[in-house]
Ligand binder design. Structure first.
Ligand code: ZN
Length: 59
């Protein structure tokens, strides 16, 4: 396999629409199964999978 160029840093960086440029998203943590489903109000900061934490849109 040939080495692929990564375009992690581009001069024209757009903000990621998912995390709005922060690089991380907050998702509501859901605890419980189907029979015992209740959502907690806890929020977990997670790395944005859209931009992989860069905060920039990939395209
Ligand atoms: Zn993002």
């Amino acid at each position: 396999m040939a080495a692929r160029k990564t375009t992690a840093r581009t001069t024209r960086a757009k903000k990621c629409p998912d995390c709005k440029g922060t690089g991380e998203t907050t998702e509501t943590v859901r605890v419980g199964s189907v029979r015992n489903s209740h959502e907690t109000t806890d929020r977990q900061a997670a790395l944005c999978l859209t931009c992989l934490g860069t905060g920039h849109a990939t395209n």
